[in-house]
Write a protein that binds this ligand. Structure first.
Ligand code: HEC
Ligand code: HEC
Length: 271
């Protein structure tokens, strides 16, 4: 009875069995059960899911591999310098002569000829105009109409035409007022929604808010244009915003909030 070997033997056996079964269960659970179950939800077949979990094929067993032929583009190539910002404040004769080619859609004085289709440029921040022209040119913001428009423009011409349109006064509020957007929307504009991690729109778009240099003025732009841009950010169709600022703000917005926010900014004088 006092033989130490005989005392230990059943212990060793049971301990080894216990460790081995925990190990076998972990392997089965982690590399077979979990990937197969997650893969089924994501539409991936069992074999592929197990291969992915083992690291044999790339990708996650829980998510479809994105399939697209689109070429990856950086969010933007714009870099702000003091010289650039300074030259954007000076309206020149060069800007005026270039503006003729934009007038057919954006109007001679920067007020769009058809606001549902084209954004106003009058009174827009010159930095915002320049940033968008730059992104249309490099392909960061693809647009069937604007991409070809800017191909021939040089860096200096983009600066000149931006400063030109920025100098016009903003479209006045029409006599027939739009309906009020409501308290919930005004709350989003002024305070955001901490529950959904959303900053206030006016933290960046407010008059004198000190938001990002390229943040555009939104007020008096048409409801249709504003809502279309918010939807494009929400779906990721537009993705030229630095640090995904707008994509992350727009992602949690509901459809009716998008319409409400577009209405709010379309009908307000400031911001
Ligand atoms: C044939 C019509 C057309 C012409 C001409 C045109 N644009 Fe545009 N522009 C558009 C459309 C449409 C959009 C909206 C694009 C989108 O949302 O994808 C736009 C958007 C823009 C924007 C973005 C504004 C914003 O608030 O995001 C800027 C800046 C701009 N245009 C500047 C110009 C300048 C400068 C010219 C002249 C060199 C010009 N456009 C000529 C149709 C035109
Ligand atoms: C963290 C700063 C920030 C916040 C908060 C923010 N925005 Fe923006 N927004 C930007 C910037 C910067 C751009 C310009 C993106 C780019 O570079 O093209 C932009 C662009 C937009 C545009 C496109 C305008 C145009 O002329 O093309 C719309 C519409 C817009 N924001 C609406 C909103 C609304 C509505 C909210 C609140 C729900 C909001 N934004 C909150 C920074 C912000």
């Amino acid at each position: 009875m006092n033989d130490p070997d005989r005392l230990e033997q059943p212990w060793r056996l049971w301990a080894s069995v216990a460790i081995l079964s925990v190990f076998a269960f972990s392997v089965l659970f982690g590399f077979v059960l979990m990937p197969v179950m997650q893969g089924r939800a994501a539409g991936i077949d069992a074999f592929e899911a197990i291969c992915r979990a083992l690291g044999i094929t790339p990708g996650s067993p829980a998510a479809r591999q994105p399939t697209t032929n689109a070429k990856a583009q950086p969010a933007t190539r714009v870099a702000w310098s003091a010289d650039l910002l300074n030259s954007l404040t000076k309206a020149t004769a060069a800007g005026e002569s270039l503006a003729g080619s934009c007038a057919g859609c954006h109007g001679r004085d920067g007020r769009a000829v058809e606001v549902k289709l084209y954004p106003d440029l009058a009174g827009q921040s010159a930095a915002a105009i320049y940033k968008q022209l730059h992104d249309f040119k490099t392909g960061s913001r693809p647009s069937a109409l604007m991409t070809p428009m800017v191909q021939a423009l040089t860096e200096e011409q983009m600066v000149a035409v931006s400063a030109h349109f920025a100098a016009f006064p903003v479209r006045p509020i029409p006599a027939a007022q739009l309906p009020a957007a409501g308290a919930a929307i005004e709350g989003l504009v002024a305070r955001g929604d901490s529950g959904r991690g959303m900053p206030a729109c006016n933290a960046c778009h407010g008059d004198q808010s000190g938001g990002p240099t390229e943040a555009p003025r939104l007020s008096r732009q048409s409801r249709e244009y504003l809502a279309a841009q918010l939807r494009a950010f929400k779906t990721g169709e537009r993705r030229n915003d630095i640090y995904s600022r707008m994509r992350s703000v727009a992602a949690p917005l509901t459809e009716s909030e998008i319409d409400g926010l577009a209405l709010f900014y379309a009908s307000t004088r400031t911001y």
